[in-house]
Design a protein around this ligand. Structure first.
Ligand code: ATP
Length: 245
């Protein structure tokens, strides 16, 4: 039991969740390493939501609300850290949720499918019995997508995504929004909207933002998306990293 007074309390809780998920068998071997990379960046930004991240969240939610078929892509790490929060966000923006694993195995897909169902979300896509297609006809396991979900989506939220997969999605003409603590990752650089924040802070805040933006005129949402410059925002995000005050 970690005492609440511990200076790294929140961070240790997240580690516990990751270890539990790993023991439950739905994480790839490299998942804990990916978590460690994210943790290091979170440390460097002071483990709080920065201004550029918040700006990107507003624009990201606006883009999701404007799209016809928005999808939230989930992997093992995202599920381990924010399963319920992802379901709330999907409901708030009327998006689908699709399992999308870099190291896809039937066993992991089965466990993650069951987890979403146990958490009250029945319509999970990318399952073993889903209709799976290959994006842009790329016959590579990285390019698989559910016909009802990512394959036909116009906007995809890809938290904690790998660069190869992000590149395939980007090349297939989708609007890509990422949540990634590393502003230098290929995924952050390639995305249309990059939110440099921890998924555990970003997703709940995006759900609140969605409640707020839902009532806005579509014209206003379009302006927000059009005025956003991801490269500038990423540079500003990078400046939030300070080695010493
Ligand atoms: P890329 O291939 O995009 O250059 P990478 O090789 O680091 O990046 P992965 O390890 O596949 O990609 O993806 C993990 C990414 O998710 C990393 O960039 C890491 O910083 C980020 N990450 C890990 N944990 C979290 C978290 N809790 N919240 C947000 N981002 C996270």
């Amino acid at each position: 039991m970690i005492p609440k007074s511990h200076p790294r309390y929140e961070s240790l809780l997240l580690r516990d969740k990751m270890v539990k998920a790993s023991n439950e068998g739905y994480l790839a071997d490299s998942a804990l390493i990916a978590h460690g990379r994210g943790e290091a960046f979170d440390y460097l930004i002071g483990e709080h939501t920065t201004y550029p991240a918040k700006r990107a969240m507003y624009v990201g939610v606006a883009a999701l609300l404007l799209s016809n078929n928005p999808v939230i892509s989930v992997n093992g790490n995202a599920t381990a850290l924010a399963c319920d929060e992802i379901i709330y966000l999907a409901n708030a923006i009327n998006a689908k949720i699709e399992i999308n694993l870099f190291y896809r195995t039937d066993e992991r897909v089965k466990i993650i499918t069951q987890l979403y169902k146990d958490h009250g979300y029945e319509d999970i896509l990318g399952t073993l019995d889903d209709d799976i297609e290959h994006l842009s006809d790329i016959k590579n396991p990285r390019a698989t997508a559910s016909k009802k979900g990512i394959y036909t989506a116009d906007t995809i939220l890809i938290p904690l995504e790998d660069g190869d997969r992000a590149e395939i999605l980007k090349k297939s003409g989708k609007k890509i929004i990422t949540i990634d603590l590393n502003p230098l990752s290929r995924t952050s650089i390639m995305s249309d909207i990059s939110i440099m924040d921890n998924i555990v802070r970003a997703v709940p805040l995006m759900t609140k933002i969605a409640e707020d933006l839902k009532t806005q005129d579509k014209k206003v949402l379009k302006e927000m998306v059009n005025e956003f410059n991801n490269e500038e925002n990423l540079n500003e995000s990078l400046q939030q990293i300070r080695l010493k005050e």
